[in-house]
Design a protein around this ligand. Structure first.
Ligand SMILES: NC(=O)c1ccc[n+]([C@@H]2O[C@H](COP(=O)([O-])OP(=O)(O)OC[C@H]3O[C@@H](n4cnc5c(N)ncnc54)[C@H](O)[C@@H]3O)[C@@H](O)[C@H]2O)c1
Length: 392
């Protein structure tokens, strides 16, 4: 039988493969249920199966708009309890999350803070803690620390996640997705990137590498200075919008672009969001504006807003995170996700075995875990040389 893409990904998640082999002996999650709310795609399949190898029972659902049917099928065939289907409807998604929590998991693997925030609405006994994957989730959970009082390790705040995934991989997959979804040129185009955090730095660098002229907008003057010294132009926000052929938001904030910006937008501008939540570009607000004469929908979730004055504004994936959208979405590179998910597996292990306690509530990955994962990755790249044969 031909192998699938999920098999290809599993084959190349080398860190997870080796952790999985170890977990089969050590069984750190024996007797425990892990509830997960993270994009269900090929790489998360490898993570979920690694956790199961450690003895866990898994109850898994995806995130808004990113669940891939093949991933669902494979997990179901493996006997994992998978809840829900691909959806863009936040109320439907919310019910899926409720069903994960109804299983009263001992550990939670969260992505965006949805599960931990919902847990506080209806706490149950026995939750040991868990992990949160993203910046957006950390921002949401930090103010809830006093109520959570559980060990929750934030994968995003590992330096490895910052540079391997957020900077290098999100930058690459955003460029790949832009080309795949629009089939439009980048050379010579004026691209404005909102947000110059780790993700924005990667997006800006990759579009510059694809011969675009890149402008950065960031609300933080220190970050703007960094972008300037990195060689990007950093004009005032409205000027950057008015000049753009392409605008990409990747801030973690909301209402970064709204209907109030319609008068500034150039005819033919393309809007896309790579931030976690579909809240950065207020697509509903744009579409409802009295300035809009009509909306044209295309295949692959591309949309054009036709303005009364004849200008057209194109929107990719309705403002949902577009590097996991459209036909054949690949997401971030396998190696970057293997690194991030190895952090996930080790952090969940640390919560399960009690080596981190409630004083580690919404804190970065312990440095010892970062160091072990970095060593393990590099050891595969640079195995110890064979001893030189001395003829004896
Ligand atoms: N697409 C992906 O695969 C992927 C992967 C990882 C993270 N993310 C998401 O990307 C987003 C950004 O993550 P990050 O790690 O770069 O965050 P970050 O906090 O490092 O950087 C965000 C930057 O945006 C700036 N900012 C905030 N509001 C702004 C606004 N209104 N206008 C301009 N700038 C603004 C901040 O000053 C900051 O410099 C988050 O939502 C995160 O969850 C996406």
């Amino acid at each position: 039988m031909a192998s699938t893409r999920i098999d290809w990904v599993a084959e190349h998640c080398q860190l997870l493969r080796s952790i999985s082999a170890e977990f089969q002996d050590t069984l750190p999650f024996r007797g425990l249920t892990i509830g997960t709310g993270i994009h269900l795609e090929a790489k998360t399949v490898a993570l979920v199966l690694t956790l199961r190898a450690g003895g866990a029972r898994l109850v898994s659902t995806g995130n808004l708009n990113t669940t891939q049917p093949e991933a669902l099928q494979v997990l179901q065939a493996e006997g994992i309890t998978v809840i829900g289907e691909p959806t863009k409807d936040s109320q439907v998604h919310s019910r899926y999350l409720d069903q994960v929590l109804a299983a009263q998991p001992d550990l939670i693997l969260d992505n965006g803070g949805d599960l931990f925030a919902k847990y506080l609405d209806a706490p149950y006994p026995g939750l040991r803690g868990g992990t949160e994957e993203t910046t957006s989730g950390r921002m949401r959970l930090e103010p809830l620390r006093d109520r959570l009082r559980l060990p929750i390790l934030v994968i995003n705040d590992s330096p490895i996640k910052q540079f391997a995934e957020n900077e290098h991989a999100v930058g690459q997959s955003t460029l790949e997705s832009y080309l795949r979804l629009t089939n439009r040129v980048t050379n010579g185009e004026q691209v404005t990137v909102f947000g110059y955090g780790a993700c924005g730095r990667g997006v800006a660098a990759n579009f510059r590498g694809a011969c675009a002229r890149v402008t950065v907008v960031d609300v933080d003057p220190v970050t703007r200075l960094r972008a300037h010294l990195d060689g990007f132009s950093t004009p005032p926000r409205d000027a950057a919008i008015a000049d753009a052929d392409v605008i990409i938001t990747v801030t973690g904030g909301r209402d970064v672009l709204t209907a109030a910006d319609l008068p500034l937008l150039r005819d033919g501008v393309i809007l896309a969001n790579a931030g976690h939540f579909p809240l950065e570009i207020d697509v509903e607000g744009l579409a409802r504006s009295p300035d809009i004469a009509g909306v044209r929908e295309y295949d692959d979730d591309l949309m054009t807003l036709e303005l009364n004055d004849g200008r057209r504004v194109h929107v990719i994936s309705r403002g949902h995170m577009f590097n996991l959208a459209g036909p054949r979405p690949m997401g971030n590179s396998i190696e970057s996700m293997d690194l991030g998910f190895a952090l996930q597996a080790r952090c969940l292990e640390a919560v399960a075995n009690g080596s981190v306690d409630a004083s580690s509530c919404v804190v970065p990955v312990p440095a010892r875990i970062d160091a072990a994962i970095a060593r393990s990755y590099l050891d595969r790249k640079y195995p110890a040389p064979l001893p030189i044969w001395d003829g004896s």
